[in-house]
Design a protein around this ligand. Structure first.
Ligand SMILES: Nc1ncnc2c1ncn2[C@@H]1O[C@H](COP(=O)(O)OP(=O)(O)O)[C@@H](O)[C@H]1O
Ligand SMILES: [Mg+2]
Length: 258
């Protein structure tokens, strides 16, 4: 079924990808509250069928809450279609079964279990993609018997990403995978994400603008729980005034990827 046959999906913001390349996930007027406080307000965005779509914004603007609302982890209203099918009324487990993979903000691993056990517990499909994971994360194969709690932050992030990549997901929601990592490790995670994005489209919340520049075609900026800008990631990051105004950061020339 084509997403174009679903009324309303054509009203999604343009993401600049090729015509006929329907977005995999279309979010329209998503709103959500936590403890009576509205944290997501009329968020509309679409995730391209290929590659990385980035969500940017200062701390506390509602990026994580948007992902949690998409997954039905917090009460929400609005319309969400995954590959043309509504998922906004489904409970979380059904959304996960439809192929929405989640890599949460604080790289949740089972600290007391080995790497191999962490990965085995994540396997949902009949034929988990172990070869893909072994190819992307050779370090994890070497450390398969090590307890995940004794891994470095970067290695734990790899476990967290690997858990999502083992299953044949339709889209991945990945929340700040490079947060708190050393620059060299940020690079390693970025390489893994770049590779992963060849396989599955990714909605990536990311504060590291170098990583955004390298990976994302489209950037969606959130402020105060709502979308305040959607467009080419490159164009946004090249626009010093806009980046400063929307993200409160000054993009140094040195940050431009080679
Ligand atoms: N469990 C919670 N209880 C109460 N307020 C929360 C909770 N989680 C998030 N919030 C509030 O929701 C808003 C958005 O938070 P969040 O989505 O985590 O932002 P971001 O990911 O952009 O940093 C913030 O004001 C935050 O304080
Ligand atoms: Mg967050």
């Amino acid at each position: 079924m084509s997403a174009h046959s679903v009324p309303g999906t054509t009203a999604a913001p343009s993401t600049g990808h090729a015509p006929g390349d329907d977005p995999v996930l279309v979010v329209e007027q998503l709103s959500a509250s936590i403890a009576g406080q509205q944290v997501v307000e009329d968020v509309s965005l679409s995730v391209a069928a290929h590659g990385v779509t980035a969500v940017l914004g200062r701390n506390g603007v509602g990026k994580t809450s948007t992902l949690r609302a998409l997954l039905g982890l917090i009460d929400r209203t609005g319309r969400v279609t995954l590959a043309g099918q509504r998922i906004d009324r489904l409970p979380t487990h059904k959304i996960v079964q439809r192929g929405v993979g989640y890599v949460p903000e604080d790289r949740e691993v089972f600290a007391g279990l080995t790497v191999a056990e962490n990965l085995r517990l994540a396997e949902r499909d009949e034929h988990p993609r172990r070869e893909l994971v072994e190819r992307l994360f050779p370090d994890l194969t070497a450390r398969r018997d090590q307890r995940a709690g004794t891994l470095s932050g970067g290695q734990q992030q790899m476990v967290s990403l690997a858990r999502a990549l083992l299953n044949d997901n339709t889209v991945l929601l990945i929340d700040e995978p490079t947060k708190g990592l050393a620059p060299k490790v940020v690079d390693e995670v970025a390489v893994a994400l770049e590779e992963a994005a060849r396989d599955v489209p990714i909605l990536l919340v990311e504060q590291n603008l170098e990583v955004v520049r390298r990976l994302a075609r489209t950037a969606v900026v959130i402020e105060g729980g709502t979308v305040v800008h959607t467009g080419s990631a490159q164009a946004l990051l090249d626009d010093e005034e806009l980046t400063q105004r929307l993200l409160g950061v000054h993009v140094e020339a040195a940050e431009v990827a080679p």
